[in-house]
Design a binder for this molecule. Structure first.
Ligand SMILES: Nc1ncnc2c1ncn2[C@@H]1O[C@H](COP(=O)(O)OP(=O)(O)OP(=O)(O)O)[C@@H](O)[C@H]1O
Length: 398
C-alpha cells in the first residue's frame, strides 16, 4: 500500500499545497497513484495513523511523508513502543518512507540529499528527490536508531523510559536551544528561532559526567585526529577498559545517527558522510571549555569570554564542518594551524552515558530529535546506537 501523509503544521505550513500541486501529480503521472492521502490533525497523530494502517493489512507499507524530523520521530517512537494487533500481531514492523522536506530544519532529508551550491532547498526538484528515488525502485537505506534510556535514581524504583531517535540526541547548549526555541515557534517559524535561542544560552556551561561506550564490533571508542584526518583509537581505551570517562564542565554535547547536518548548511557531524561508519555508531561532538589553555577556572567572566570562541567553533559547522579541524594555540586562540590541543572532541562510539550534576538544572535537559525531556535529579541518560535488520526497521528511499 502506498500512502501520502503530511503534517500541515510543519515548517512554513506549506505541506498541503506542495502535496496537492507537486507530490501527488508526480506520483499519478508516474503510474503510482497513492491509495490514500492523510493529514495529521494533532501532535502524536502521525504514529497513530501509521499503526492503524499497519494493523489493517499485512501488505508492505510505503509512506510518502511530508514533514520535518519531529513527525518522523513521533512515528518511529509510536511504532517502537506499540504492541501491534490485527494483521501485525507478533510480527516485526518494517516501514519504507519517501521523504518530502516540509519541516523547519529537515535534518534527515538534507543529510541524505545535501543541497548543492546552485540549487535552493525550496526548489521542487530538490524536494522531490526521495520521491524520485522511490519511483526509481531504490531499495531504501536502513535507518540507524539511537535508543536513549532515561533512568530515575535507583531508590525510586521507577522503570526507565526509552526514546528512539533517528537524527540527534543532545544535552548542554543544543538541548537548551531546542528547549527555548519551541517557545519562539509562533513568532519566528523559520530556522532563525534557533539563532535567537542560541544567543539566550551562549554563556552557560553544563556540569556533569559522561561515559563513552565502545562500538560493538570494533570494541573501541574512536577519536578524530585532524593531523591524519582519520579516526584513531581513543588514547584512554585499552584492552582492559574500553569505556572512556569524560568529566565536565561541558559547553556542547551532541550526538547524531544517520545525519551529518541539523539544517541544510549546518554540518555539525560532518564525518558521518566523509568517513562513513561501518556499523551502528553515534558521532559525538563535544566541546569542553576548560581544554582551552587560556582558561584556568569556571567563573562568570570566563564563561562569557568563552562564548565568543564557542560561536567561532559552531560557525565552523556552517563552513562545511571546518570546526572538527580546529586547534588552540598556547594562548588559547583558535585556528587550523599548529599542533595544539584539538578544540572539538569528535568521537565515534557505540553510545554514551550522561550523568548530570544534581545541582545543575540546565544539565538535566535532553533533546531527542527536537523533543525535550528532563532527566530526573539523581538519574541519568544512556544512549546506544542500533540498526534493525532483517524483517524489521525503517527504510528511507535515497
Ligand atoms: N495538525 C497538527 N497541528 C499542530 N501540530 C501538529 C499537527 N500535526 C503534527 N503536529 C506537530 O508538529 C510538530 C512539528 O512537526 P515537524 O517536526 O515535522 O516539523 P518542524 O518542527 O517544522 O520541522 P523539523 O523537525 O525538521 O525542524 C510535531 O512535533 C507534531 O507533534
Amino acid at each position: 500500500m502506498l500512502i501520502a501523509l503530511y503534517n500541515p503544521a510543519a515548517g512554513d505550513r506549506s505541506a498541503k499545497s506542495f502535496f496537492d500541486e507537486e507530490v501527488l501529480p508526480k506520483l499519478q503521472a508516474a503510474g503510482k497513484p497513492v491509495d490514500k492521502v492523510l493529514a495529521t490533525e494533532r501532535p502524536a497523530h502521525a504514529g497513530e495513523i501509521i499503526l492503524e494502517l499497519l494493523e489493517a493489512s499485512q501488505e508492505e507499507l510505503v509512506v510518502i511523508l511530508g514533514s520535518g524530523d519531529g513527525t518522523m520521530h513521533e512515528i518511529i517512537n509510536h511504532l517502537s513502543s506499540a504492541q501491534p494487533k490485527g494483521a501485525r500481531v507478533d510480527t516485526p514492523i518494517r516501514l519504507h518512507f519517501a521523504l518530502v522536506p516540509c519541516g523547519t530544519a529537515n535534518a534527515l532529508y538534507s543529510s541524505l540529499f545535501p543541497p548543492t551550491e546552485n540549487a535552493s532547498t525550496s526548489d521542487k526538484t530538490y524536494r522531490l528527490q526521495s520521491v524520485q528515488s522511490f519511483l526509481d525502485n531504490s531499495t531504501g537505506i536502513p535507518l540507524t536508531l539511537a535508543i536513549t534510556t532515561l533512568s530515575s535514581p535507583p531508590y525510586l524504583k521507577v522503570p526507565p523510559t526509552a526514546i528512539i531517535s533517528s537524527v540527534v540526541v543532545s544535552t548542554s547548549l543544543h538541548a537548551a536551544i531546542l528547549h527555548d526555541s519551541e517557545k519562539l515557534r509562533e513568532k519566528t517559524p523559520g530556522i532563525e528561532r534557533f539563532k535567537v535561542a542560541a544567543q539566550q544560552n551562549s554563556d552557560k556551561w553544563y556540569n556533569g559526567y559522561a561515559k563513552i561506550l565502545p562500538a560493538a564490533s570494533t570494541g573501541v571508542v574512536q577519536l578524530y585526529d585532524p593531523a591524519t584526518k582519520s579516526f584513531v583509537d581513543h588514547p584512554d581505551c585499552d584492552e582492559y577498559n574500553s569505556v572512556v570517562d569524560i568529566a565536565g564542565p561541558f559547553a556542547y554535547f551532541l550526538s547524531t545517527v544517520n545525519v551529518d547536518r541539523l539544517e541544510p548548511a549546518f554540518e555539525i557531524t560532518p564525518l558521518t558522510r566523509k568517513i562513513v561508519p561501518s556499523e551502528a555508531t553515534c558521532d559525538l561532538m563535544i566541546v569542553r571549555p576548560l581544554r582551552d589553555p587560556s582558561l584556568q577556572m569556571d567563573s562568570p567572566e570566563t564563561r562569557s569570554g568563552f562564548s565568543t570562541k564557542l560561536w567561532k567553533i559552531l560557525g565552523g559547522a556552517y563552513q562545511k564542518g571546518a570546526h572538527v579541524d580546529l586547534r588552540y594555540d598556547d594562548k588559547g586562540e583558535i585556528g587550523t594551524e599548529g599542533e595544539g590541543c584539538v578544540v572539538v572532541e569528535y568521537l565515534r562510539c557505540g553510545g554514551w552515558e550522561w550523568i548530570p550534576d544534581d545541582i545543575d538544572d540546565a544539565a538535566h535537559l535532553l533533546c531527542t530529535d527536537g523533543t525535550i525531556s528532563a532527566i530526573e535529579k539523581g538519574g541519568r541518560a544512556v544512549c546506544v546506537a542500533a540498526t534493525p535488520t532483517g524483517k524489521a526497521g525503517f527504510y528511507v528511499h535515497a
